[in-house]
Write a protein that binds this ligand. Structure first.
Ligand code: NDP
Length: 461
């Protein structure tokens, strides 16, 4: 590699604002070379018995456990995620690996769907080929693993492009996959920013699985359309929760504050809008503020820190603009609202009450430690406001009456609904978005089938 002409990628520590490493990026030529190596190697990987691929991923599962501390610290260094939350994520990957290792064989088994004398019809599955996995930085183990684990198990080669904000984590994952026995050309890391992602979309791949923002997702979809590629898009959200009047106020406030502020609100399914029944509105806001006051903000390497810096410095401008706009539209700034006077990309946990839907805060993805709380008079108003969004990732209801909650949740235009819980993902259930939250499904058996294509066998004789 000629370093003098290679563009370098700076890795920042969001907690200090300092560059901690510099990595060579892949230009268009390098991406094409990697795609061609993947294409060559994929058939042999697919030809191995599924049992062998399962053993390889089982070894990867053990290696992730053995390297928990190193992985968690790597992620915290480059994303600013509090170390306890990085550990939680690495540990959480285990449950997903366990599910995929258990469910893949039955999901991909060939089925005889019809039989009569002299005729058999069978449904079989084949891998897609070379899969591009363009990933986000906020949960690199989860959003990456949701794609590359089932993709590899199904016999695909993977070109994994971590976000430029999670490149060290991406490399660490690759090292463990290779140690586990995945051949190097079958799983390759493609490093770089947006232009590298765009080059990957133009390379000879068979499918693209993208996790990221709606605006980048659109560009990926346009590129996929030009090449007639199978595409999945896991995009953003503006997820609402409605708190009914019959909750335990303290419990609901603590749970929803955690749903809004965990990982500094940088979760695709973070609560971004709260609607609270007018009968408990004041009490709920008081309890919510008390919870937020208890959050420790600080150094993400400190075990006690709950809210660290934002991963991307530029998002602070978005949060400031949303705060300013909300206050101009009649919102009451109850906590935060500005960047913190310290090194790094910190924004104070921000709570705005008397929110309404004229505000950017209630309409556009915030992706930070900020929440708008709006008072509602009844269930009908809550339903109307919750569905008043172009996104459709998750929606939740807190209340003691399951039937009443289900009536509301059935009306939600979202891929996931929650009763008395939030910000939760299960490997056993499909993860999918509606509207601007995306296309396609990861996790569950559907998220295994996403990585294969059917072959119909008509057998006479
Ligand atoms: P971005 O859309 O900024 O980036 C996503 C990925 O796309 C990155 O790897 C990025 O590279 C790459 N990329 C950028 N431009 C292009 C391009 N033209 N062609 C191909 N790839 C490109 O999102 P973030 O990483 O900032 O992630 C945050 C977003 O992801 C939020 O909106 C969040 O809601 C969403 N998300 C959704 C999830 C879901 O399950 N629905 C899960 C997690 C996050 P680079 O970073 O190097 O620029």
């Amino acid at each position: 590699m000629n370093r003098s002409t290679t563009q370098m990628l700076s890795i920042w520590n969001p907690a200090t604002g300092e560059i901690i490493e510099s990595l060579p990026t892949d230009d268009r030529g390098a991406v094409l070379e990697k795609a061609s190596r993947a294409r060559e190697a994929q058939p042999a990987w697919a030809a191995r018995p599924l049992k062998t691929r399962l053993e390889v991923l089982q070894r990867f599962r053990q290696l992730v456990k053995d390297n928990l501390e190193n992985l968690a610290h790597t992620t915290t260094r480059e994303t600013g995620k509090p170390i306890s939350q990085s550990r939680n994520e690495v540990k959480g990957l285990d449950g997903r690996l366990a599910f995929f290792l258990e469910a893949t064989e039955t999901t991909l088994a060939t089925r005889t769907v019809h039989e009569e004398p002299g005729l058999q019809e069978q449904l079989a599955w084949e891998p897609l080929g070379v899969v591009a996995n363009i990933s986000a930085w906020n949960y690199p183990y989860f959003v990456g693993g949701n794609v590359f684990v089932p993709a590899l198990l199904a016999g695909n080669a993977v070109l994994y492009k971590p976000s430029e904000h999670a490149s060290l984590t991406g490399q660490a994952l690759a090292d463990l996959l290779w140690q586990a026995g995945v051949p190097k050309p079958v799983f390759q890391v493609v490093l770089g920013g947006g232009s590298t992602g765009a080059a990957l979309m133009d390379a000879p791949i068979n499918a693209a699985f993208f996790t990221g923002s709606y605006s980048t997702g659109l560009r990926v979809a346009e590129s996929a359309a030009r090449h007639l590629l199978k595409t999945q898009l896991e995009l953003g959200g503006k997820d609402p929760v409605y708190v009914m009047e019959d909750v335990n106020v303290a419990t609901a406030a603590a749970a929803t504050a955690d749903g809004a502020f965990y990982n500094a609100g940088q979760s695709c399914c973070a609560i971004e809008r709260l609607y609270v029944h007018e009968k408990i509105y004041e009490a709920f806001v008081d309890a919510f503020l008390e919870t937020v006051d208890g959050f420790s903000v600080g150094d993400p390497q400190d075990d006690r820190t709950y809210i660290g810096p934002l991963t991307r410095a530029a998002q602070i401008d978005v949060l400031e603009a949303q705060t300013k706009d909300a206050v101009a539209q009649g919102g009451q700034l109850r906590r935060g609202g500005q960047r913190l006077e310290r090194a790094g990309f910190y924004f104070a946990p921000t709570v705005i009450t008397q929110a309404n839907h004229n505000m950017l805060l209630m309409r556009e993805e915030s992706f930070g430690p900020i929440i708008g709380i709006q008072k509602v008079a009844n269930d009908e108003e809550a339903v109307q406001l919750m569905n008043d969004t172009a996104y459709g990732l998750t929606a939740g209801v807190y209340g003691s009456d399951r039937a009443r909650a289900e009536t509301i949740l059935k009306q939600m235009h979202s891929g996931t609904v929650y009763w008395n819980c939030c910000d939760r993902v299960s490997p056993r259930l499909p993860w999918s978005g509606r509207g601007q939250s995306g296309l396609g499904t990861t996790l569950s058996t559907l998220g295994i089938s996403a990585f294969v294509q059917p072959k119909a066998w008509h057998l006479k004789g």
